[in-house]
Ligand binder design. Structure first.
Ligand SMILES: C[S@@+](CC[C@H](N)C(=O)[O-])C[C@H]1O[C@@H](n2cnc3c(N)ncnc32)[C@H](O)[C@@H]1O
Length: 338
């Protein structure tokens, strides 16, 4: 199978002209192509490190995106429904605080379902969904366009882990960035500041609407990342199959176990893959021995308090805005003017 992130056509960032009355087709711009040599260097650096790791972006191939969609429906996974409840409860206040939206830029859009909730509230002129998992995004955008035939719908295939650069021609009118699902938690606070700063620099005149998961008891946090059905385990283990395809490793998922634990000191969920027994992973030109119980760190999901996240936004140069919480105080949505 092709790596979904390399599939699809490359085109410039100019949206297609549409005949009046003709059905629109979402325009997907792939500004990023997998550089397999660089990916190999990045992955082998992580796999051969004393404490092995792989970037969470490798969780999202086409299957990984579908597994994440399934996770959002699990009873244990409160973030998706809690964030949606905040949008439903405070939509009018969002609209008032945010004002006119030229382009709504959805970072890590996934199935775009969060943005669909915002359209009636914010009435953007253009929607630009950004994601590394391009084929999944393409299907999601076709659905968005069917639901909103008159909306100017665009996609950007982009890996924003090292640099966020939205093609300027994709943006028309006042830009409002949307970063849902507490995906900002995948960055450590130190990594989040330069990322948020680059969002702020590209959001001139507009701002950022961002969902953030808050600190809460471990008994609620850990099952959200280690569910009874094992869907999160499958999501994490699928990273091994993705690596096999990308760089020819010979991971056997049955030899690994999913681990999702809350580190209270660092205020973050950490996901790991743990070797069930001593084993060797080989790839063209190398190998690594893992002892029983040795782990590969695959994801952080940092949890914030409201003041800590406000401080992060300020450190990234945003002006003071608003935030809204759900009734239990589990999740927050912040509006940060650029
Ligand atoms: C936790 S999911 C959130 C999806 C959706 N926004 C939601 O709230 O349900 C993270 C999304 O970000 C995308 N993503 C992860 N790493 C990325 C990267 N480095 N560049 C672009 N997109 C990325 C994934 O493909 C996935 O769709």
């Amino acid at each position: 199978m092709n790596d979904p992130r390399t599939a699809g056509s490359t085109s410039n960032a100019t949206p297609q002209a549409t005949e009046p009355g003709a059905p629109r087709t979402p325009h997907v711009t792939q500004v990023w192509r997998e550089d397999l040599a660089a990916t190999r260097v990045e992955l082998l650096r992580g796999l051969t490190a004393a404490a092995a790791y792989a970037s969470p972006k490798f969780l999202y191939d086409a299957l990984g995106s579908r597994l994440f969609e399934a996770i959002t429906e699990l009873p244990e996974y409160y973030p998706t429904r809690t964030e949606a409840a905040i949008v439903d409860a405070h939509g009018a206040a969002f609209a008032q605080a945010i004002g006119k939206v030229g382009t709504l830029i959805d970072l890590g859009a996934g199935n775009c379902s969060k943005a669909l909730r915002l359209f009636p509230l914010l009435a953007p002129q253009r929607y630009v969904a950004v994601d590394i998992s391009v084929d999944f995004l393409r299907d999601a955008l076709a659905h968005v366009q069917r639901q909103h035939p008159q909306l100017d719908v665009n996609g950007v295939g982009l890996d924003f882990s090292s640099r966020l650069q939205i093609p300027p021609r994709s943006v028309q009118g006042r830009p409002v960035f949307f970063y849902a699902g507490s995906s900002i938690g995948n960055f450590t606070p130190e990594e989040a500041v330069p990322f948020l700063t680059s969002v702020r620099e590209q959001a001139g005149g507009g701002g950022l609407l961002i969902g953030v998961d808050l600190v809460k008891p471990t008994e609620i946090l850990e099952p959200a990342y280690d569910d009874a059905l094992g869907v999160t385990a499958a999501f994490n283990l699928n990273l091994l199959l993705h690596l096999n395809r990308l760089i020819g490793t010979d991971f056997r998922p049955r030899e690994w176990r999913h681990v999702g634990l809350f580190d209270t000191l660092r205020s973050r969920i950490e996901m790991h893959l743990e070797a069930r027994h001593a084993l060797t992973v080989a790839w063209p030109g190398g190998e690594r021995r893992f002892a029983a119980g040795e782990r590969i760190h695959t994801e952080n999901s940092c949890k914030y308090t409201v003041p800590r996240f406000e401080a992060l936004l300020q450190a990234s140069g945003f002006a003071r805005g608003h935030h809204w919480l759900d009734e239990q105080g589990w999740f927050a949505v912040f509006w940060a003017p650029a």
